[in-house]
Design a protein around this ligand. Sequence first.
Ligand code: CP
Ligand code: NVA
Length: 328
Amino acid sequence: MTTTKPILMTRDLLQIVDLSATEIAELFALSARMKSNYADYATALAQRSLAMLFEKPSLRTRVSFELGFQKLGGGVTFLDHQSSPIGGREPVEDYARNLSRWVDVVAIRCQSHQLLQRFAAASSVPVINALSDLHHPCQALADLFTLVETGIPVEQLHLVWVGDGNNVCHSLIETVATIGGRMTVITPPSCKPPIEIMRVADARACRSGARIVCTADLGAVTGADAVYTDVWVSMGEEARATEKIALLTPYRVDGALMKRAGSQARFMHCLPAKRGEEVTAEVIDSPASIVFDQAENRMHVQNALMLALLRPDLARGAIAHPHAALTP
Ligand code: CP
Ligand code: NVA
């Protein structure tokens, strides 16, 4: 039993606003430390277990959580929706109480963010959102960590989102609002992020000095440090595919849009991508694209998060100077 002071005030990570700016800076410092030296952490989570509950398909999230936790010496069990549906054979709360008796942390990918909140409320071990209809916090942490690694100081960063104002977009908005910098969200009016997300972001931005702007004007891409897009039809909204493709076709990220952004602009995507739909192959396969750095960093930031949650004693040494991680 460790008695070290916790690093994170939250027990769960359901959305980015569960974290403060300092906590994100500390997680980035720890991510950088772990990424450069896994040997020091090979047994950090020995005897600890992670359960993963996934209602939806995954490549990056599944592999990065599973192999990441094993890299730290822990054991993992994967529960798919077919064999162990959440809320299928028993109430969500009973599912959470059972798992809490066997494992130390749970990562959940599910459709309903509300279900995730119910699960977390009943769980006595930390719950991590591995994607819900509303948020994808681990993705956004990896993305901002990736941008910090490029050397752009956070307060000068201009991230431009183009396309559907979806779960990944919501988490990026909350991250930039929390740590500072600038984010422009370019979507058709009917695809913009909901008012609840913007309200939370505005409150955070008042403290951090971040500037978050929503517009339908593609001209706002000019000067972006990074242009970010995601699929137009997220998992679970396939019934709206025709409508969304029609609405979003003018918002495809192609060579002309990247040129409008400027030669400094990187291209970002959480993946999986549909070449020819939200992004052209010439853009995603260009030298400006940092999509696989983002994918790699999923593992490092998730490992930092799990170490901070489960072994703050080991995590603390790495984060003596967290702000160094935000201003390289
Ligand atoms: N970016 C991401 O979450 O990928 P997967 O859906 O493959 O996990
Ligand atoms: N917005 C996408 C992200 C996939 C990682 C979805 O929810 O399907």
